[in-house]
Design a protein around this ligand. Structure first.
Ligand SMILES: C[C@H](O)CC(=O)C(=O)O
Ligand SMILES: [Mn+2]
Length: 342
């Protein structure tokens, strides 16, 4: 039976949510969450380290479980849903992609900084050759003007991506910024357009609805907001809202509510709220996965995590520069000890 859908939701809790729980997913958790999402009718479920394939490292944080085991477990219980993997060229390799595909992953999302799509062609082409549906994922999209974003999306299209995403990694975009970006892409590229939000300014749902209004048909969500920072657009809420709007997602609202409450909530180390750290991420335009790193650095150096994040925002630090979090914390602590003389 084919399920009728007006748009396609990718559930990212088992990848983006990895940041929120310091990459501690177990095989059992992935089995339970994937099976429930699959049974609820979610079409795509992303499973990887938070920073994508091979992200497990000192820089980003080590995974409790090898992600290939997690992918294999997810595939084993997803008889309807397709398992997606994220890959950042330079962190993950074509070899990782081949391994994920051999385990049954069917979608590859190739993520680059919004101005660096030109590092993606090899990985997009490899994914296509492996028969995977392929997405170009333009991270930190708030940092690029609309024209630049369009130029980079066209590059992703030229490499063979089936879809291109506006990724609001910092949860910093305001609804009008989302509208301009999705509208411009709709006018300029011929492939599917997607949107990935973070809820740091409490705008994930509003921004997602604007993206859909402007023609985005590939939408990310995280159940119970299990994503970096304050999490993503809350999937079970999005499914209910879209149902009220008459937009078909093919996903069962009650089943989503139940799995959020009974399976995902117990995994959370603390409830996903908009805390002072996550609010500062959106306010200062900082990569959402920096939240926990900044909190730890703040505790280590006895400084305010908001000062660290604000300074990182000023310096326009991007994913991959996590080591700067500690440098900035140390600098703030040192300047507090010996304030500059005026
Ligand atoms: C590697 C990042 O966590 C990808 C992502 O979800 C984002 O940029 O947002
Ligand atoms: Mn994200």
């Amino acid at each position: 039976m084919t399920i009728e859908r007006d748009l396609f939701i990718t559930e990212v809790a088992l990848r983006d949510g990895s940041h929120a729980i310091s990459h501690q997913f177990t095989v059992d958790q992935v089995l339970q969450v994937t099976k429930a999402l699959n049974d609820a009718g979610v079409p795509y479920i992303e499973v990887s380290h938070g920073d994508g394939l091979s992200g497990s490292s000192l820089q980003y944080g080590f995974s409790k479980t090898n992600e290939m085991e997690l992918i294999e477990a997810a595939v084993s219980v997803a008889d309807q849903a397709k398992i997606a993997v994220l890959l950042l060229p330079g962190i993950g390799t074509v070899k990782d992609l081949k391994e994920a595909a051999s385990l049954g992953a069917k979608m590859a999302r190739i993520a680059t900084h919004v101005t660096e799509a030109d590092v993606a062609p090899q990985h997009i082409q490899a994914a296509k050759e492996l028969g995977m549906e392929t997405v170009g994922f333009l991270m930190m999209s708030h940092m690029a003007e609309v024209d630049k974003l369009v130029e980079q999306a066209k590059l992703m299209e030229s490499y063979g991506a089936d879809s291109v995403y506006v990724v609001d990694s910092a949860g910093a975009l305001l609804p009008d910024g989302v509208r301009q970006r999705i509208r411009a892409l709709k006018q300029s590229v011929g492939i599917n357009i997607g949107f990935h939000a973070h809820n740091n300014l409490s705008l994930a749902m509003a921004n997602t609805l604007v993206a859909i209004e402007e023609g985005a048909t590939r939408i990310d969500g995280s159940v119970r907001c299990l994503g970096a920072g304050a999490g993503n657009t809350q999937t079970e809420v999005l499914v209910a809202v879209l149902d009220r709007m008459g937009v078909k997602t093919g996903i069962d609202v009650y089943k989503m509510m139940d799995l959020a409450e009974e399976i995902v909530a117990p995994i959370l180390q603390t409830p996903q709220e908009i805390t002072r750290e996550s609010l500062t991420l959106g306010y200062a335009g900082v990569y959402s996965s920096f939240a926990l790193h900044a909190k730890r650095a703040a505790a280590r150096f006895g400084v305010d995590s908001r000062d660290i994040l604000t300074e990182l925002g000023k310096r326009k630090v991007v994913g991959g520069q996590e080591d700067m979090i500690w440098d900035v914390a140390e600098e703030i602590a040192a300047s507090a000890k010996s304030p500059a003389k005026v």
